[in-house]
Design a protein around this ligand. Structure first.
Ligand code: ADP
Ligand code: MG
Length: 179
C-alpha cells in the first residue's frame, strides 16, 4: 500500500435479480477504481428486519453477501459517491430503506478513521451486530480493531449468538468472484 492509501473494507449485498452476478459486477467496478486486495467467501443470508430480528423480513428473497478490502486514496465521501454510482449502474433505484435491492454497497471500515456526517457513518454503525457482515469480514480482517469499540472483528464475531450465526450460510469459497 502506498503512503497515500488506506485499507478500506466494503460490504456487498444483493437480494434481487442474479445476486452472484450483481456482486461480481460490483467487484469489477471496484477494481476499476482501486486495488481489490482481498475478497471473502460468498454467503447466503437470511434478511434482517428493521428491528434487527431475522424473522421480520422473510417475505424478501435471501441476500448474497461478501466483503472485500481495497486500497484507496479516495476520501470517504468520494468513495461513497462512487459506491452510489455503482449501485445505480447495477440497477438499484431509490426505494424505501428496507426494500429488496439488486446491490447494496457499504463502507464498513476506512483505516482507523471515524466519520460521522449526514451521509456517512464509519465504521458502519451496525457492524458489530450483523452476522452477515462479521462472518465474511472475519475471514479477511479478524485482527483488525474497531477504532471506536476497541475490539477486533474476531472478538465481535465471537460474541454473536447462535441464532444470528445460523442465518449465514457459506455458498462458495474465496475465488467465486473470478468464476
Ligand atoms: P443499509 O445499507 O443500511 O441497508 P441503505 O443502503 O438503504 O441501507 O442506506 C443508505 C444510506 O446510508 C445512504 O443514504 C448513505 O448515505 C447512508 N450511509 C451511512 N453510513 C454509510 C456507510 N458507512 N456506507 C454506506 N452508506 C452509508
Ligand atoms: Mg447501503
Amino acid at each position: 500500500m502506498s503512503a497515500d492509501e488506506e485499507a478500506v473494507y466494503l460490504g456487498l449485498g444483493a437480494n434481487l435479480g442474479n445476486r452472484a452476478a450483481n456482486l461480481r459486477m460490483a467487484l469489477r467496478y471496484m477494481s476499476s477504481l482501486a486495488r481489490v486486495d482481498a475478497v471473502s467467501s460468498l454467503y447466503e443470508t437470511v434478511p434482517v428486519g428493521s428491528n434487527g430480528s431475522p424473522e421480520a423480513s422473510q417475505d424478501q428473497p435471501s441476500f448474497y453477501n461478501a466483503v472485500c478490502r481495497i486500497a484507496t486514496g479516495l476520501s470517504p465521501e468520494a468513495l461513497l459517491d462512487y459506491l452510489e454510482r455503482v449501485e445505480f449502474e447495477i440497477g438499484r433505484r431509490p426505494a424505501p430503506h428496507w426494500a429488496a435491492r439488486p446491490v447494496d454497497l457499504d463502507v464498513l471500515l476506512y483505516g482507523e478513521r471515524v466519520v460521522e456526517t449526514d451521509r456517512l457513518g464509519v465504521p458502519h454503525l451496525r457492524l458489530a451486530e450483523r452476522a452477515f457482515v462479521l462472518v465474511p469480514l472475519a475471514e479477511i480482517a479478524a485482527d483488525v480493531r474497531h477504532p471506536v469499540l476497541g475490539r477486533t472483528i474476531g472478538e465481535m464475531l465471537a460474541s454473536l449468538d447462535e441464532p444470528e450465526l445460523a442465518g449465514v450460510t457459506r455458498l462458495e469459497p474465496p475465488g467465486w468472484e473470478r468464476t
